[in-house]
Write a protein that binds this ligand. Structure first.
Ligand SMILES: *Cc1c(COP(=O)(O)O)cnc(C)c1O
Length: 357
């Protein structure tokens, strides 16, 4: 039987997507060729790329004037690319430091200009989202991580300022309805909520580009990728295809509005159990809790072996916390069925009974 997969990334994908993807590897759309052995310039693949891009626009309800790209290098390369494309020579940017990914992003930006850390939650192992900050009006852009995958915190509201707003949405894109007109650039590694590892989604407002006075290496230049429809070099055909299938799955399910409702339900169930069960405590501040990555610890670490044995026996996989936080992390992305969340909750209740006796 398939395991209940709570992995943080790469992570669960819908079963039907995995099935279709595996079929396409052998015989794509009945053309008697594999998806991964045809030219990326063939009409069959160009159609995949165009379909993937238009699904992104439709599902996120993107306003006019934004381009959608499927690139490579992961969110980690975007840490550098965003700075390359937006930081002016002798420029300055404002960064929120809300976790390991944010701090890696600002480290790259420092290679190209001045970085003003406007707020940090490092003092409490990143278990909250800072709300007290000032963004000065001399910055080229503001950067933040909407969902902190490792710590289980999530921005519920986004800062308002005159500067451009850049957001790493790797672990919560397509999970909730947002007004995308407030963002100027959004990026997300596919492997958390969209597809397999190997492609990065970038959404960028066209008019913000080409204003830094910098010479940008071709592969790092968003304008070049836009002008070539994400085919400046050979695109990662398989990850783009599987992302397209996942987006189609989401659309058929009712889109982002429908999945947001289910995501909220799953998160509410799990957090309610963490708060009720005397054997567990939540890691993140209650008001900043993530609906995607649920982090928690045992109240008595000595019982760890008992709990680990129970969830293993229940067919649960991937709930060990990140090494920097410890404890547990249940990632409940879009494709995670509510039934699996219920299995975890039942296991937590069984554990409570067992250690009480
Ligand atoms: C996983 C993750 C990253 C890193 O993504 P890569 O694709 O491995 O570079 C960056 N930001 C966030 C929020 C993540 O969850």
């Amino acid at each position: 039987m398939k395991k209940h997969n709570f992995s943080a990334g790469p992570c669960i994908l819908p079963q039907e997507v995995l099935k279709k993807a595996s079929e396409a590897v052998v015989n794509f759309n009945g053309i008697n060729l594999s998806l991964i052995e045809i030219s990326h310039r063939s009409k069959e693949f160009v159609e995949v790329m165009e379909n993937a891009r238009s699904l992104v626009k439709e599902l996120l309800d993107l306003p006019e004037g934004y381009s959608v790209l499927f690139l490579q290098g992961g969110a980690s390369l975007e840490f550098l690319m965003t700075a390359y494309n937006l930081m002016k020579i002798d420029g300055k940017a404002a960064y929120f430091d809300t976790g390991a990914w944010s701090s890696k992003a600002l480290k790259e930006a420092k290679l190209l200009g001045e970085v003003d850390v406007v707020a940090s939650s490092k003092d409490k192992t990143y278990n909250y989202i800072p709300k007290d900050y000032t963004i000065t009006n001399d910055v080229d852009y503001v950067h933040l991580t909407s969902n902190n995958t490792i710590y289980g915190t999530q921005f519920k509201e986004f800062p308002k300022s005159d500067a451009l707003l850049v957001c790493d949405m790797s672990s919560d894109i397509f999970s909730r309805e947002l007004d995308f007109s407030q963002f100027d650039l959004v990026y997300a590694g596919a492997q958390k909520n969209m597809g397999p590892a190997g492609t990065t989604l970038v959404i960028v407002k066209d008019e913000i580009l080409g204003k830094t006075g910098r010479t940008i290496p071709s592969m790092l230049d968003y304008q070049i990728h836009i002008s070539k429809d994400s085919m400046f070099n050979t695109p990662p055909v398989f990850p783009v295809y599987v992302s397209m299938l996942t987006l189609q799955w989401l659309k058929d399910l009712g889109g982002v509005k429908a999945i947001e409702k289910i995501n909220k339900e799953k998160a509410a169930l799990l957090y309610a159990e963490i708060d009720r069960n005397s054997q567990f405590k939540g890691f993140a501040e209650v008001e900043d809790r993530s609906a995607m990555n649920v982090t928690f610890n045992l109240t008595n670490e000595a019982n760890q072996e008992v709990f680990d044995k129970l969830w293993n026996e229940a067919g649960i996989s991937g709930i060990k916390g990140h090494r920097s936080v410890g404890g547990y992390r249940a990632s409940i992305y879009n494709a995670m069925p509510i039934e699996s969340v219920q299995v975890l909750i039942n296991t937590m209740q069984q554990f409570e009974k067992q250690v009480h006796n």
